[in-house]
Ligand binder design. Structure first.
Ligand SMILES: [Zn+2]
Length: 995
């Protein structure tokens, strides 16, 4: 019998673009969704509804433990080993308030279908042993410290302002121990004291079974094959379905009775800024219309500089916040939040009252709604849904399926509604202003809970002291003997966890043996000199008075990457580049010869453009270029030229906008200063790149003081600042421009193609000749070898280390593939570093990255609980492998395949494939390069890897050959200085641009 006979099927089409099938088993409540997303990738998710009633973090703890091995495959990490061998990059998972989801992405469907049953076997029958619990969740080390993978992960969140405020809000609006109020990730005290293996086992039994499980597959897969696999899964696990499984989250929540305001103190090293959050209960989760409408309303209120919230709070002489945003979490009652970040302490009490008394009150009047802008916004929302079909369909599908699983009571009509939001959005366009007034009235005038996050510098030390005391007391209580025992039992646990290894026979069954021809997106990279252009292609390419590339591919949109070369900028000019780019979308401009206010400019681009952005670099590489990106529907092609002109030539700098932008940027820097990872990466960049480069100077953190200064200067002496910005503009234009177009050129009406659209470039004397730009790998790299920086960051309790050395290889070098695979071999899921560093709870991540475009090789130790030990162990492991050349054959095969996955993933969407095509121009690699690269990877031997890839890795630990940055909590500075005696202690301000 064909597998599909055992399933009933509901069919729909995601926003008119992608076919979506929802199969329901006739035997259990198991459901399988398949979305036919084109391209080489297959993405899958297995989701369970998970409800918790304590801060023990059972859902999160369980999420980690399922990866430790199943009863049938009792080997730690075997799942990731198999995933790597089947062209995936390991597995992933997340725990949310109401569900836990496990994901897997592969290139091609062969690998996916091989891993899926093994994955599900782990989910339904994990081992859940005491020794796994010890290493993965929590244990006490021989030194008396608390550790464990989950424990160190949560350490980073516990004292974040955001977490503290969220906890407070939940405490106020939900009853105690309500599933929406508890911390599903786990509080530290609970992880230490009350989370137990027994509880995790019971939790697993209660929630992880076929009747609470949905499998989602997105990609080009054979439905029958998937369903047959799922039939086997069902037969094998039918007996674990509980007789009685009451539907989770079957409770009602009462209204917030009255509005209240609460203050919470949060540890931070920046006592000048806090945050404010307002919470309401909104609609029921099956009211999908209100859900969509609220999102549009939030967009209207907060997006772009015309938006009321930006005007009321951010774009002011004296801003009340650096950012304002809305969030809505679906739930039994949807939980609506309004968040003000970067609020000056003296204004903490003003935010919520101003929101209610001004923003809300004004929007209770129909006349105050700009319905023209609302119409543009809805059109844009619809277009964005269509864009997502090309760029991010799997994520969209998974979130719809999980929403359906959680809230729709298996109602198929709701499923169809969820997946066809565009139908509703189209109707929404005809709603009058009164509709929006009624929405504001219903949700924003209802009782709310306001939580004010008050920054407190002293708390940082106080918490550190308390933690020291607690550890000291813990050590004392354990005594010498107890500590020894703790150390021994940890060792025993590690030993037990890693004792079993899968047999060669088993591994041999679970591998993709042939490099298949993946279902790739075709991209033709063309210039006017390309041979055999079609008439339409050649008409298209003949339009431009500068070098232009067409990346012709199947898309419904036209996108331009308008590149400017910043190499003529002086260091002073360059320090203004960040502000310059930020002003492009927030300033008045000349449109068709008329000076147009910033608000009207924003309104117009909302109408005309699907997307626009400005950044340095092409896909984050080759940072010398400033990249203005604009995207429109194919029917609006001429608007690309219009807006490229407005955003370059047309922008008129305005002192009050400059003042606001500079203030906002300084505010954002203050937030970034609290993030250890950001600080460590800014610090390492300061030692890697030349001073006058975008890699250093295009960084808000570095420019904080300058932005503060500009915001003051521009009020006193606007002329000087305006002159500076004009200087930046002229210097940027002086090298001319290049353009890369991503389009299906046949979808553009030939009547719209005209060189007249682009004459403005020629007519402006500031533009230099637009010859073809070229770039070199490793430009601007100038390593201050041997330098080490150590910085205290009060915002997070974890530590971050970056160590970088020079790699003499670009994309065409012989050394590249061996070094790259070696890096992957060491860092991959369940590889040597993963096992020894993450597995032992020393750090959340230990990775070696080989970056040929930057000619660098970097070690990153991410979120370390014990930074010094993590570093030493990483170094010793890598040295030992490089020196001995002892390589696990199975892991080597996995590393090659997961690298192929990485390469192909970048062309997983049509826009990704086009971006690779653009990069190929700068990498001087042939097109299509990835096919050749994958073959070279596939054919590499482990001997070649060690022989050619080993030396660059060895250099990464040669003291004369690297630079290193370390960001730690201030309380750990002395300890780290001892561990890294060569490091210089600096302050964040030392990294900042002197002005
Ligand atoms: Zn986790």
């Amino acid at each position: 019998m064909s597998a599909s006979k055992l399933w009933s099927c509901t069919e729909t089409v995601l926003n008119g673009g992608i076919k979506l099938f929802l199969y329901s088993s006739k035997n259990t409540k198991l459901r399988v969704a398949i979305g036919e997303v084109p391209g080489p990738m297959v993405h899958g998710a297995v989701s369970f509804v998970t409800e918790a009633d304590s801060d023990d973090g059972l859902p999160h703890t369980l999420e980690h433990l399922v990866f430790m091995g199943s009863k049938k495959y009792p080997f730690k990490g075997v799942l990731d080993v198999i995933a790597n061998r089947c062209l995936a990059d390991g597995t992933n998972a997340w725990t949310d308030t109401d569900h836990t989801a496990y994901t897997l992405s592969t290139v091609g469907s062969d690998g996916f279908l091989k891993v899926l049953p093994v994955y599900i076997n782990h989910l339904l029958t994990p081992m859940l042993t005491a020794s796994q619990f010890a290493t993965e969740v929590h244990h006490i080390t021989g030194e008396g410290n608390d550790a464990g993978v989950v424990y160190s992960e949560m350490q980073d969140h516990e004292s974040e302002m955001e977490s503290i405020m969220d906890r407070k809000t939940k405490e106020v609006i939900y009853p105690p121990f309500n599933p929406y109020a508890v911390d599903t990730g786990g509080r530290l005290k609970n992880l230490r004291e009350s989370c137990t293996l027994e509880k995790v086992r019971d939790y697993h039994k209660k929630f992880y079974h076929l009747s609470n499980m949905v499998v989602t597959v997105c990609g080009m897969v054979d439905h029958d094959q998937v369903l047959e696999i799922m039939n086997n899964v069902e037969n094998e696990h039918m007996s674990t379905v509980p007789d009685h499984f009451p539907k989770p989250f079957s409770f009602a929540l009462s209204d917030i009775k009255e509005s209240t305001v609460h203050r919470v103190e949060c540890p931070t090293d920046d006592a000048s800024r806090g945050a404010v959050e307002v919470a309401w209960f909104a609609h029921s989760p099956s009211d999908l219309e209100t859900h969509s409408s609220l999102h549009v309303l939030f967009d209207y209120l907060s997006n772009t500089s015309v938006a009321p919230l930006q005007k009321d709070f951010i774009l002011l002489e004296d801003p009340l916040a650096s950012s304002v945003s809305f969030h809505i979490a679906e739930g039994v009652r949807c939980d609506l939040r309004l968040n003000f970040a970067g609020v000056p302490v003296e204004k903490l009490d003003e935010c919520a009252p101003k929101f209610f008394d001004k923003t809300v009150r004004e929007h209770l009047e129909e006349a105050n709604f700009d319905m023209e802008r609302m119409g543009y916004l809805i059109d844009q929302t619809i277009l964005n849904e269509l864009v997502k079909l090309e760029t991010n369909a799997p994520k969209d599908i998974m979130s719809h399926i999980i929403g359906h699983q959680l809230f729709d009571n298996e109602d198929e009509e709701l499923f169809k509604k969820r997946t066809n939001e565009i139908d509703f959005l189209k109707k929404l366009k005809s709603e009058p202003a009164s509709y929006w007034v009624q929405l504001v009235n219903k949700y924003f005038t209802a009782p709310s809970a306001t939580v004010i996050g008050v920054p407190n510098e002293e708390l940082v030390d106080k918490i550190a002291e308390e933690e020291e005391k607690r550890i000291a007391a813990q050590c004392e209580k354990l005594g010498k003997k107890g500590l020894e025992e703790a150390g021994k039992s940890l060792e025993a646990a590690i030993l037990e966890n890693t004792a079993n290894h899968p047999s060669a026979e088993l591994l041999d069954q679970l591998i993709v043996k042939d490099l298949e021809a993946f279902d790739r997106f075709p991209v033709q990279s063309l210039t006017s000199n390309s041979p055999s252009l079609t008439p339409q292609q050649s008409t298209f390419l003949a339009q431009f008075p500068f070098h232009a590339n067409l990346h012709n591919c199947p898309t419904k949109f036209v996108e331009i990457f308008f590149l400017l070369d910043s190499s003529n900028l002086s260091i002073e000019d360059r320090s203004y580049l960040f502000l310059y780019t930020d002003l492009l979308f927030e300033s008045p401009a000349m449109i068709d010869g008329v000076l147009t206010s910033a608000d009207d400019v924003a309104k117009h681009f909302t109408k005309d453009l699907i997307d626009h952005s400005i950044q340095v670099g092409v896909s984050g590489l080759y940072d010398r270029f400033v990249n203005l990106r604009i995207k429109v529907g194919a029917d609006k092609y001429p608007l690309l030229a219009k807006w490229a002109q407005i955003f370059t030539q047309g922008v008129v700098f305005d002192p009050s906008r400059i003042h606001q932008c500079a203030q906002k940027l300084a505010g954002e820097a203050r937030d970034r200063k609290r993030d250890g990872c950001t600080v460590a990466s800014t610090a390492v960049a300061s030692m890697v790149y030349g001073k006058n480069t975008n890699c250093i100077l295009f960084d808000e953190l570095v420019l904080e003081k300058l932005h503060e200064k500009i915001s003051k200067d521009v009020m006193k002496n606007p002329e000087a600042v305006l002159e500076k910005l004009e200087q930046v503009r002229s210097a940027l234009f002086s090298n001319g421009v290049n353009a890369h177009f991503v389009a299906d050129v046949d979808s553009i009406d030939p009547k719209m193609l005209s060189s007249d659209l682009w004459t403005w470039v020629q007519a402006d004397p500031r533009f230099g000749p637009g010859h073809q730009f070229s770039a070199e790998a490793g430009e601007n790299v100038s390593l201050e070898l041997g330098k080490e920086l150590l910085i205290g960051v009060g915002g997070s309790e974890s530590s971050f280390i970056y160590q970088t050395s020079f790699l003499d290889a670009n994309w065409n070098s012989e050394e590249l593939i061996p070094a790259m695979i070696f890096g992957q071999y060491l860092s991959q899921c369940e590889g040597p570093l993963w096992r020894a560093i993450r597995g032992d709870g020393l750090a959340y991540g230990a990775n070696v990255f080989v970056k040929p475009d930057r000619k660098q090789i970097t070690l990153s130790l991410y979120r370390c609980a014990q930074p010094a030990v993590a570093y030493e162990r990483t170094r010793d492991i890598i040295r030992k492998i490089v020196e001995s050349g002892e390589i696990s054959k199975a892991e080597f095969e996995g590393a090659k395949r997961s690298t192929v996955f990485e390469m192909m993933k970048r062309e997983g969407t049509v826009s990704g494939a086009a971006k690779i095509s653009i990069l190929n121009n700068f990498r001087q690699t042939p097109h299509p390069f990835n096919i050749d690269l994958c073959r070279r990877i596939w054919n590499l031997t482990s001997e070649e890897m060690v022989k050619i890839g080993g030396p660059p890795l060895a250099r990464l630990f040669d003291e004369k050959c690297f630079v290193r940055s370390i960001a730690v909590h201030p309380s750990k500075l002395n300890e780290m200085k001892k561990a890294f005696p060569g490091s210089s202690k600096i302050k964040i301000s030392d990294l900042q641009f002197a002005c």
